[in-house]
Write a protein that binds this ligand. Structure first.
Ligand code: HEM
Length: 653
């Protein structure tokens, strides 16, 4: 308790000082909008801080209960149960403070004191303005979290509560300062990653200090330390990316008050990083030897530094940025796209002029990094790993980065034809290469087992997922085919595309779905990884032909179409240099149709090879059985079958 009080006090003092310094409580904050009065000017950032702090603690408590603490068979251990119980109250308070932030934001935006607000004004902000909707979502998810923490104590459900808590942090990151920034793709994604990494780091440390009297605490602390290091890197990179879109130049770092606050945050990050390094070199080894004092002292210091960083962050989110949130000459197209209309496409422009997508770039860097570490570990243990698999995986990852972050990503926003190429690469080429990398097999072979059998590391959670009923259902070839085909037709002929293109989160979800639906189908068809059903290659070949037919028919129908798909979106972003919407759509249809041919042929070859190999295996099995039968003089299957046929023939005669 005392560690928490220190951290909260440091955070609050930092918040107040940073608000005064950064201009976060300036009555002229929103140009042309009257001041809502001192109550709102102070209550809004304070409620904002409380919402952040409760969210961070809820994430920390659930992650500690589900992933850091050893369990008790299928249930969380006693301290995990206690943490989940406390999270109920944290979550209820979190929901209430999100609602308070919502009401105070209405007061701030309208420039009306809280007492002067009308419920219709609050209602319309809550349900029709993205910032209001985000806070309603956060409150609803926090209430769901409160209910889940009361449900039961299985480790599986504890993991679900941790995911719900993490997701509940995100909605506000997709609105507010980030959404109004230029290049909002980077602003929004970097802030979401930033808030998530910061919450796991700060919340995990708070959760760890709460369970300091549990058995094998040194192991739990070591597990947290690995998580903290990853969060340190992610917080630094995402924070820098986020600051980058709000500063006009490096000199803003010392020439603007916003920039100075960012610099102080960098200092806080470096200080916390240094304390983390001291933990690894000094206090964790001492803890493993049974000495807890040094670790607890340093951890308390680290929590205070991180608390101060959260206070700084809330002040930052209230301070005017050097890049004005409302540009002098607003361009509605830049508002919609997040970038200026690109020049007519050329090969060079499709590769150059990037639109970096931090979400996919983070996935690619993590995916390639983890894979290489896995291969090196196997090699160090004297086990070989096929180079073809490594090349396939890294090739798939690089293609994923290229098609979501190079110039083509910009053209895919404004041209249906280029969007279709992006779709085909993401749903066919990238998954085929990733499946060829057999990542699950590598993970199961290279990940270490935790020394404590009651602890679950990444390997144990992976095995649980592989044997889950959900994956068993998904790996049914018919289900995998249905997911692939229904999402293809549903997206384009179900009127979804326009909405998903308009919102950054929707666009991210759509591109991610392309990769996942493709990965599922090609894993079921040609995957080497464990977990998929044993299905005869003949059935797999039929499923493949059905997927090809559905794909070709999709291209054919699109080619015949006389109505524009997602007309609102494409007419709003139609480039002055492009052909008509329908011509571009037909070009897209042709590309989709043609694009499917080559990958489909490759898959067919792989399926035929798989079929031949399974026949060879079957033949070898029968031969071995016959040899065994010969050796033991027993009848083997073949002999028994021939005897049956003979008996049947005799009966007929
Ligand atoms: C010490 C570790 C850090 C923690 C715990 C942390 C935490 C946070 C949190 C919780 C927010 C969201 C605030 C809100 O919207 O209410 C945030 C926002 C932000 N952080 Fe950090 N952060 C850290 C380090 C950094 C660093 C090193 C940088 C820059 C290099 C940075 C730059 C930013 C920026 C630009 C924002 C957005 C503020 C806005 O909305 O204008 N942070 N941070």
């Amino acid at each position: 308790m005392r560690y928490g009080i220190w951290a909260a006090a440091t955070a609050l003092v930092t918040l107040v000082v940073a608000l005064l310094f950064g201009g976060g409580v300036d009555s002229e904050l929103l140009p042309g909008i009257p001041s809502p009065g001192p109550f709102t000017e102070w209550a809004l950032p304070l409620a904002g801080f409380l919402t952040n702090a409760l969210g961070v603690l809820a994430v920390g408590a659930t992650v500690t209960a589900a992933f850091l603490l050893p369990g008790d068979g299928v249930s969380v251990a006693a301290h995990g149960w206690l943490l989940l119980r406390r999270t109920t109250w944290l979550a209820l308070a979190w929901a209430a403070s999100s609602v308070a932030v919502l009401v105070l934001t209405v007061s701030d935006v309208l420039g009306t004191p809280v007492t002067g607000l009308s419920s219709p004004a609050i209602r319309s902000f809550a349900f029709s303005i993205s910032q209001g909707q985000a806070l309603v979502w956060q409150a609803a998810l926090a209430l769901l979290l409160a209910a889940l923490t009361r449900a039961d104590v299985s480790r599986g459900l504890a993991a679900v509560t941790a995911i719900v808590a993490a997701v509940a942090l995100l909605p506000p990151a997709f609105t507010g300062h980030a959404a109004s920034a230029g290049n909002h793709q980077i602003a929004v994604t970097s802030l979401a990653l930033h808030v998530l990494a910061a919450a796991l780091w700060v919340g995990g440390l708070a959760g760890l200090l709460v369970v300091r009297r549990t058995r094998r605490f040194a192991d739990t602390a070591a597990r947290y330390s690995r998580l903290a290091f990853a969060c340190f890197v992610a917080t630094a990179v995402s924070g820098a990316a986020n600051a980058g879109v709000r500063l006009t130049s490096v000199s803003d770092l010392w020439a603007s008050r916003y920039g100075v606050l960012v610099l102080v945050k960098v200092l806080a990050l470096l200080a916390a990083g240094l304390l983390g390094a001291l933990h690894r070199s000094r206090t964790l080894p001492a803890l493993a030897a049974g000495q807890t004092r040094a670790f607890l002292r340093l951890a308390a210091g680290e929590l205070a530094v991180l608390g101060a960083a959260v206070g700084l962050a809330v002040a930052l989110s209230r301070s005017p940025t050097p890049v004005p949130s409302v540009p002098e000459d607003p361009d509605p197209l830049v508002d919609l796209l997040g970038f200026a209309m690109p020049a007519p496409p050329s090969g060079l422009r499709m590769l150059g002029d990037p639109l970096p997508d931090l979400f996919f770039l983070t996935l690619v860097v993590t995916g390639v990094g983890a894979y290489v570490v896995g291969v090196l570990r196997l090699r160090k243990a004297g086990h070989a790993w096929p180079l073809s698999r490594t090349v396939s995986w890294i090739g798939g990852m690089l293609l994923l980065a290229a098609v979501t972050s190079l110039g083509i990503a910009k053209y895919a926003y404004v041209l249906f034809s280029v969007h279709m190429v992006q779709h085909m690469v993401l749903s066919m080429l990238v998954p085929i290469l990733l499946v060829g990398g057999a990542p699950v097999t590598l993970a199961l072979r290279s990940l270490k087992r935790p020394s404590d059998p009651q602890a679950r590391g990444v390997r144990e959670w992976l095995l649980l997922a592989l044997h889950s009923r959900f994956l068993r259902l998904l790996s049914n070839p018919i289900v995998a085919l249905a997911v692939y085909v229904v999402s293809l037709y549903g997206l384009y002929f179900g009127g979804l595309l326009g909405t998903l293109m308009r919102y950054h989160l929707g666009h991210l979800a759509m591109l991610t779905h392309f990769v996942l639906a493709g990965y599922l189908l090609f894993w079921v068809l040609i995957g080497a990884d464990p977990g998929r059903r044993r299905v005869h290659p003949a059935l797999l070949t039929i499923v493949h032909f059905l997927a090809m037919a559905a794909h070709a028919f999709f291209g054919f129908v699109l080619l015949q179409s006389t109505t524009v798909i997602a007309p609102d979106w494409y007419s709003a972003v139609h480039p002055p240099w492009a052909v008509s919407l329908l011509d571009d759509q037909h070009l897209g249809a042709g590309l989709a149709w043609a694009f499917g041919e080559l990958p489909a042929a490759v898959i067919l070859l792989l399926l035929v090879r798989q079929w031949m190999r399974s026949d060879q295996r079957e033949q070898a099995r029968l031969d071995r059985a016959a040899d065994r039968a010969d050796a033991s003089g027993e009848e083997d299957d073949l002999a028994r079958y021939n005897a049956f046929l003979a008996a049947a023939a005799r009966e007929r005669d």
